[in-house]
Design a protein around this ligand. Structure first.
Ligand code: NAI
Length: 401
């Protein structure tokens, strides 16, 4: 009987090809299901695909006894109990780069719109006013763009902004390869002081909470523009409002907020709504059809590779191993186990007792879990996999051939 992949929340259709090619049958649910419907839907799933609204709790994992792997067709994995999945030997994959370009494009577009004073003029035009003047309007060419966080998005933005003739500076806590003519600066203060546009692209961490506060904003040039399309807790929103109110900042684009509505039916309330020189968007920086497709392909390929080869490279909760394609005539044993001394000895004793020859073996451990991929040559007794599953410390084991 072929294995089943169950996809929720209208995962992009491009995912189907890789999953079908891995020998899976597909079943789809358009939305995110509540536990009462979700749990029965997972009963036969070998692979599950979700986006951000399906809560994959420990109870949901318990309802999925056949689940081998879980794909989050999005960036975040907060909706999954990652520890519970790891303890069951279930690798969880996501698509961390699929929407990088989409965010970078929106940041660049926001930069141009704010430098031209478009939000204010557009609102006036909608009201029937004709604000035709060059006051406060600038080209971006030749202006200084300061990027805080030169990771996937920051560095992609750097390339796009350079192509428009901007002078790009960046600040990162890690050493980073500068793209094109971009230059790193020694401190956040230096970046804030020299940039015409400051944009932040760092993760939400205890060390980055409120890193753009009143003191940081006061170091920005008078008339500078500030953009936050990363996370809502990076910026002191009251301090940002005060700087817009006083005119110290000429404009801001904000896509992420300290408190965001949980759904379309909730009202969106922000003190930034009083300003006409802002662009406010509902956390859509990464939300494009292209990003959905890129994520669909990326995550489906990772799920398929795990099913076919046991590759956990890119998994966010278990040790990463990439044992590569399986050579003809070999059988690959995939064994998740508790990370405690003695398991490998017991496993190798079981392999020796089977009469098989170990052609290759990969082991990684992390936290409480270990993962072994062993390529075996020779005919294995039918009872071999049950023997491995019964070993002290074994969490989950299967064979790929
Ligand atoms: P990334 O992990 O590739 O890059 C983040 C960079 O920030 C790294 O280079 C890291 O060294 C640096 N960093 C960390 N702490 C720092 C600090 N205190 N000061 C300076 N640099 C620091 O992340 P990526 O993919 O570029 O994402 C960046 C942000 O964008 C994240 O907050 C992410 O959640 C957000 N995001 C927002 C989306 C939206 O829809 N608005 C969509 C996708 C990502």
């Amino acid at each position: 009987m072929s294995r089943q992949a169950v996809l929720f929340e209208s995962v992009h259709a491009v995912a189907d090809a890789a999953l079908l090619a891995a020998g899976l049958t597909l079943s789809r649910h358009a939305g995110a299901l509540a536990p009462a419907e979700l749990h029965p839907a997972l009963a036969d799933a070998a692979v599950a695909g979700i986006r951000s609204r399906t809560k994959m709790t420990e109870a949901a994992l318990d309802a999925a006894p056949n689940l081998l792997t879980l794909g989050c067709f999005c960036i975040g994995t907060n909706q999954v109990d990652l520890g519970a999945a790891a303890r069951r030997g279930i690798p969880v994959f996501n698509g961390p780069f699929g929407n990088t370009r989409s965010v970078a494009e929106l940041t660049l577009a926001s930069t141009i719109m704010l430098m031209r004073g478009v939000p204010r003029r557009s609102l006036a035009a909608l009201r029937g006013e004709w604000q035709k003047s060059a006051d406060g309007s600038h080209e971006v060419r030749g202006k200084k763009l300061g990027i805080i966080g030169y990771g996937n998005i920051g560095s992609q933005l750097s390339v796009l902004a350079s192509a428009l003739g901007m002078h790009v500076y960046f600040y990162d806590v890690e050493p980073k390869l500068a793209h094109g003519n971009a230059r790193s600066v020694a401190s956040l203060d230096e970046l804030l002081e020299k940039s015409d546009v400051v944009t932040i692209h760092v993760p939400s961490l205890p060390s980055t909470a409120n890193m753009i506060d009143a003191a940081a904003i006061s170091k920005m040039k008078p008339g500078a523009i500030f953009i936050n399309q990363a996370r809502g807790d990076l910026v002191d929103i009251e301090a940002l409002c005060a700087a817009l109110e006083s005119g110290h900042l000429a404009g801001a684009a904000v896509d992420v907020f300290p408190v965001e509505p949980a759904s379309k039916s909730e009202a969106f309330v922000s003190p930034l709504q009083q300003f006409e020189n802002v662009i406010l968007t509902p956390h859509v920086g990464g939300s494009t059809l292209e990003a959905q497709a890129a994520i669909g392909e990326d995550v489906a390929r990772k799920l398929a590779r795990f099913i076919q080869q046991g590759t956990t490279k890119g998994a966010v909760n278990v040790p990463n191993i990439d044992p590569g394609p399986l050579a003809p005539g070999r059988t690959r044993l995939l064994s998740f186990h508790g990370n405690a001394p003695g398991y490998l000895t017991r496993l190798n004793d079981a392999i020796s007792a089977s009469g098989a020859n170990v052609a290759a073996q990969h082991l990684e451990t992390s936290g409480d879990i270990g993962f072994v991929a062993a390529d075996l040559e020779g005919d294995l007794p039918a009872a071999f996999i049950d023997h491995v599953r019964a070993l002290d410390g074994s969490v989950r084991a299967r064979l790929v051939s």
